[in-house]
Design a protein around this ligand. Sequence first.
Ligand code: MTE
Length: 329
Amino acid sequence: MANVHLKKEWMLPERMVTPEQVYITRRQAISALGLSVIGGSLSAGLFAPGLAEAAPSSRFEATYSALPRLKAARNPKYQVSDPLTPMSIVGKFNNFYEFSREKDDVWLKAEKLTTRPWTVEVSGEVKKARTFDIDDLIKRMPMEERVYRFRCVEAWSMTVPWAGFPLSALLKAVEPTSRAKFVKFTTFMRPSEAPRQGRKPWFGQPEPFPYTEGLSMAEAMNELTLITVGIYGRALPKQNGAPIRLIVPWKYGYKNIKSVVKIELTERQPATFWNLLGPREYGFVSNVNPRVPHPRWSQAFERDIGTRRRKPTLLYNGYEEQVAGLYKG
Ligand code: MTE
């Protein structure tokens, strides 16, 4: 655990791994806004799931309520017994390094991101490369809602209903060639909107923007792999990766790349943002595994950012049945 492979400035902040501190940081952010989620008021649970919406009462709530609603019926196959994490928490506790190294100001800083027009190029080892307009893509793909667990490598977790469509549906539409072995995802590159993309290297280690991630073809075609465009019945807020992101619930949070502009099928394993920064701490595969500690902390337990409960982490984040077969041998 004492092994430190990253330069100090590039460590994920250890305070975020300390469960009480995770909560305190978030709580400070919430109370700074004059809201109280944990204390139980927040306009009688405004934005807590299942409750009627009241009139918008803050900048956050106004922005969120202005997001278009999405039609996506819940798929009963993907349910979770843990309580849903209220949007008021999911939307104010974010990792989005293009905008901030903190968690509690991303929702404000990401307001600058332009999400229309927006296109997604799907190319590489495919027979029918295409660039989709985001709204055409949403109309064309089979939309559904799924409740998934989400486990960050920093040992916090949440449970939310995402709306989207299986990545497999999109990949089938472009007809992968037999050479396609991996899928590479790339986030936008716009330093004028996301100032941290334009930063000079710190301590000689440049941040390898644009953010990239990758999956094997088998992982990409797995039923759980969801291209996500909505949350809690509305379009994704910017801080959560608008207008389109990846959700792979059996992998650590950083694999769930936000605001994707390009999906490329490749023969070789692609380089990824965190793997470039800290290859010994952030592997390419990065499946949730309580038995494999991060070099600097245990992964055996996690703190639910909604209930604040500490609970044991599950192998493959509880999705063993769907994905264990991918890793046999
Ligand atoms: N995608 C981009 N483009 N940039 C990022 O910094 N952070 C990752 C992932 N996707 C990140 C990203 C990390 S570390 C996590 S834990 C999740 O997004 C957080 O998603 P959320 O803010 O919706 O909870």
